[in-house]
Design a protein around this ligand. Structure first.
Ligand SMILES: [Zn+2]
Ligand SMILES: [Zn+2]
Ligand SMILES: [Zn+2]
Length: 163
């Protein structure tokens, strides 16, 4: 098994046994590069949060993050997420559950409404929200003088693991 790490949802390589790489030097170095590329100073906390998001295949909430980082307070975790969202490393998802979810962006994402936004899928059975990066949100033409700031397209149903 090759230790190839490519970031971005669509290019993510499923690692046969993720535990081999989690916390590994190779992964941390790759994540550090990702932060630097997005002009985010790599602190220990940011690296750990990014690593956590990287190892998840589903979107996570602030509470999920909090439960995995027992020693960190919610405000610090929230600020880390906010920094990631502002630098287009992570996008925020409104999946209609009332709780914001966060997921890694694809490489070179600018979070542009016209080009970068994709469909999300929310499974009614396992309650997971999944990015579908290959399924872009179709162009939406608004009436004159209407300016979009956020667009969310969530498909609800049964995911491939539950169907
Ligand atoms: Zn993005
Ligand atoms: Zn499911
Ligand atoms: Zn997404």
């Amino acid at each position: 098994m090759a230790a190839i790490i490519v970031l971005g949802n669509s290019k993510r390589i499923r690692l046969g046994s993720p535990n081999v790489f989690i916390g590994s030097f190779v992964l941390m170095k790759a994540l550090e590069k990702v932060l630097e590329r997005n002009k985010v100073r790599p602190t220990a906390m940011r690296l750990l949060v990014l690593q956590y998001l990287f190892t998840k295949n589903v979107a996570v909430s602030l509470t999920d993050l909090e439960n995995s980082f027992e020693k960190s307070d919610r405000t610090t975790l929230y600020r880390t997420l906010k920094t990631f969202v502002e630098s287009c490393l992570v996008h925020k998802i409104d999946d209609g559950t009332g709780v914001s979810k966060y997921a890694l962006c694809e490489e070179n994402c600018n979070c542009e409404i016209e080009t970068d936004l994709h469909v999300h899928f929310h499974c009614n059975l396992c309650k997971q929200t999944i990015c579908l990066p290959k399924h872009k949100i179709p162009a939406i033409y608004l009436p004159k003088a209407f300016l979009p700031q956020e667009v969310n397209l969530v498909v609800k149903g049964t995911c491939n693991k539950c169907s």
